[in-house]
Design a binder for this molecule. Structure first.
Ligand code: NAD
Ligand code: GDD
Length: 329
């Protein structure tokens, strides 16, 4: 029987990469999203353009597939998830409630949920030299924002579908994923893409704005590692949540310095400005993922940023070219 997978959120960043990865493993893949991918044509064998908050769209998307990868979400970096908490929780809860039910009704055998490091409690992330987060740090619960609370609820939803209906679930907690073909402007971009854009746009001798004092910390996972980890997890028999993230902790100032190196720019200065900062520090403890998958993300940040910067610099140049050629109204 043909291996048929649905990737929701296939018009987005990780979903777009996952479609290609699954096809390379021999899967027939249907994508579903509000929109087709923005930055390149989809390679999906089939694509449902529709709103997954609607159960009927979820039904059409899940029809005839054996596995579902649930990545669709109303999401973004700190500039986005720090606003409109009710809308974010409502949209994402509706997407997840209807997608898992449609997968069950369609008889899908295995279900993947893209959860997030944002489910971890704020109280465990208060210093830059934060202890890496282990999967069992999730409780007592205390996520930072409505996006994190909804992801935690979606995780529990999967656990209950497994318990009550025998749905075979896999849950990954992604830690800040970056790479080409992701949002790089407009407000939803995360720090790696935002800093690549700011460096690419900076004039000679100019400044790069950093939200906060730049000493807050994160780890950053390259998208190729993210999709490989996702697939490895789906092929494993581990039904509990697992971190998929890098365990290399860097400050945001260090991240900016690495982007400037990737760009070959030593003429720029950092300027610290007010902005949404989220938790003070966040890192991934990779003990469990190493144990259950015999694998951890290992693409060096320097390597991933070089590819990401090149792509974003090209997008910035193309946008400038288009603006220069636009006919005045
Ligand atoms: P993305 O925004 O690029 O992709 C999400 C896609 O979901 C978008 O294309 C969007 O159009 C689609 N979507 C939103 N609402 C929808 C709706 N009502 N119906 C249909 N489609 C809808 O985000 P991404 O970075 O590719 O993230 C993919 C998944 O991974 C998300 O679930 C996200 O929460 C999770 N995640 C991502 C990161 C990260 O750093 N990128 C970290 C943790 C978790
Ligand atoms: N986005 C952004 N843009 N962040 C900046 C900027 C900028 O120009 N300058 C500095 N930062 C700082 C933020 O203030 C924050 O402290 C840090 O960089 C990381 O910001 P983001 O990359 O936007 O988000 P995050 O790491 O707090 O959370 C992201 O990752 C989670 C998973 O680890 C979000 O994308 C969440 O949605 C995701 O679940």
């Amino acid at each position: 029987m043909t291996r048929r997978a649905l990737v929701t959120g296939a018009g987005g960043f990780i979903g777009g990469h996952l479609v290609t990865y699954l096809q390379a493993q021999g899967w027939w893949v249907r994508g579903a999203d509000l929109r087709l991918p923005e930055f390149r044509a989809t390679t999906a064998d089939d694509f449902v353009v529709g709103d997954l908050r609607d159960p009927e769209v979820c039904r059409r998307a899940c029809d005839g597939v054996t596995e579902v990868y649930a990545l669709a979400a109303d999401m973004g970096g700190m500039g986005f998830i720090s606003k409109d908490p009710a809308t974010i929780l409502r949209n994402n809860a509706l997407i997840n409630l209807h997608t898992v039910e449609a997968a069950r009704l369609a008889g899908a055998q295995r279900y993947f949920l893209a959860s997030s490091a944002c489910i971890y409690p704020e109280y465990a992330q208060t210093t830059p030299d934060v202890r890496p987060l282990r999967e069992d740090d999730a409780f007592p619960a205390g996520p930072q924002d409505s996006y994190g609370w909804e992801k935690l609820m979606a995780e529990r939803l999967c656990v209950y579908y497994a318990e009550q209906y025998g749905l075979d679930v896999r849950i990954a907690r992604y830690h800040n994923v970056y790479g080409p073909y992701g949002t790089w402007d407009g407000g939803r971009e995360k720090a790696p893409a935002a800093l690549c854009r700011k460096v690419a746009e900076a004039p000679p001798g100019g400044e790069v704005e950093i939200w906060g004092d730049g000493r807050q910390t994160r780890s950053f996972c390259y998208v190729d590692d993210c999709v490989e980890g996702t697939y490895r997890l789906m092929r494993s028999d581990h039904a509990e949540p697992v971190n998929i993230g890098s365990d290399r902790l860097v400050t945001i100032d260090e991240l900016a310095a690495l982007v400037m190196t990737a760009a070959g720019r030593d003429d720029l200065r950092l300027r610290h400005v007010a902005g949404p900062q989220g938790v003070r520090g966040r890192n991934s403890d990779n003990t469990l993922v190493r144990q259950v998958l015999g694998w951890t993300p290992d693409i060096p940040l320097e390597e991933g940023l070089a590819v990401t910067y090149r792509w974003i610099a090209g997008e910035v140049a193309a946008a400038r070219g288009a603006a220069a050629h636009a006919t005045p109204a």
